[in-house]
Write a protein that binds this ligand. Structure first.
Ligand code: URA
Length: 364
């Protein structure tokens, strides 16, 4: 079901709409955005199909460029006056269904007077418009995305809830992973675990979570308790979760390494190679809609695992971006983020992380 409907006229605003679509994809899922009527199958009643597509949306964006009201067909008739004009049918349908209709003025366009429009769409003039300027395109689209996000239905779930049998199966499967890691005496960090009297940290949270976080490696507090993110980074993590009205029980949280490395050092390639097959099994069991790697090590692992085009990118450019992968015929999304520990070194990174966490709202 498309939650955002983009209505536009090719001859009037195609260039703007292409850019708009690309930017909105940083905030919303491809399936959330409906804009091209070409997707309709031949032979169907197109008026009914357009009305159904409009009915399914939460927000209807009518892109209005300078020539929007004046475009004519080959015979010189104004398109907006024709009964079969898609732009008109869609707008009339959105207004009739009392959708949130945002007239989006582009290219310096002005809102036409109601008297210049056919009766069934004249009421669009009463909907307050949003303007995107060429010079401030990115900032304007970011603001628009914010407005759209606030308007889309919070009840639309990307991942249907598992039934109790499936939930039990997942819980048992995670316990099995835990048992195997506990017993993994061939792990590169096993000796250190035993010598320091600590526990492995498998992960915590909802066995059927839509959102799956992967940190770097457990620290001392985590290895003492067997739980991820319970030290200082954990406090920041919890606060960020609360900011989007989530609790730990709503998500799943683990690390790239499932044992604590000594002296807070970075993960070594051999350690990553040893533990990630367990992390992969957790991903297969939980089947999240989105993976959130926290920090560059987890990000690099996840992007390479799913072979996404951005796999060699830097976290400074990819953080907060909604990346797309396909797994076994289904969509999987990845939103890399900085590791919460960055806030301990640089307080203003909290705002960056907070903004990036906002991107997860569409998965809630
Ligand atoms: N840092 C991590 O990456 N993971 C934890 O569990 C704690 C701190």
């Amino acid at each position: 079901m498309s939650r955002i409907f983009i209505n536009y006229r090719r001859q009037d605003s195609e260039g703007y709409v292409g850019r708009l679509y690309d930017h909105l994809l940083k905030h919303f899922l491809r399936d959330d955005i409906f804009m091209d009527v070409d997707r309709l199958k031949p032979g169907i009643d197109f008026v009914q199909a357009l009305e159904e597509a409009v009915a399914a949306c939460d927000v209807f964006i009518a892109v209005i460029g300078r020539t929007w009201a004046d475009v004519v067909d080959d015979s010189g008739a104004r398109r907006l006056d024709l009964w079969d004009d898609f732009v008109r049918i869609e707008i009339a349908s959105a207004l009739k269904q009392n959708k949130i209709v945002i007239p989006l003025l582009v290219g310096g366009a002005k809102m036409p007077a109601p008297t210049a429009l056919p009766e069934d769409i004249a009421a669009i003039c009463r909907r307050s418009a949003f303007e995107i300027s060429h010079a401030r395109f990115v900032d304007d689209v970011e603001r628009l995305a914010e407005i759209v996000r606030e308007s889309i239905s919070p009840t639309t779930r990307l991942k249907p809830k598992a039934d109790s049998v499936t939930l039990e199966r997942k819980t048992v499967a995670i316990k099995q992973v835990r048992a195997e890691v506990v017993a993994a005496s061939d792990s590169p960090l096993y000796q250190f675990r035993i010598a320091s009297g600590s526990y492995p940290v498998i992960g915590d949270g909802n066995p059927d979570a839509a959102i799956f976080f992967i940190g770097e490696s457990p620290g001392r507090s985590e290895a003492e308790s067997g739980k991820p993110f319970v030290g200082p980074s954990g406090e920041i993590f919890d606060e960020l979760l609360r900011g989007i009205a989530l609790r730990r029980e709503d998500v799943f949280l683990t690390n790239l390494l499932l044992d604590r490395p000594p002296e807070k050092r970075e993960p070594l390639p051999a350690e990553i190679a040893f533990y990630t097959p367990f992390v992969d099994r957790l991903l297969t069991i939980i089947e999240p809609a989105v993976i959130v790697p926290l920090g560059r090590f987890a990000m690099s692992y996840v992007l390479k695992k799913y072979d996404v085009p951005e796999k060699n990118g830097k976290i400074s450019t990819l953080h907060g971006k909604l990346l797309n992968a396909r797994v076994d015929g289904r969509d999987l999304h990845i939103v890399p983020m900085y590791h919460p520990a960055v806030v301990l070194y640089s307080a203003n990174q909290r705002d960056v992380l907070q903004r990036d966490f906002e991107k997860l709202r569409i998965f809630v």
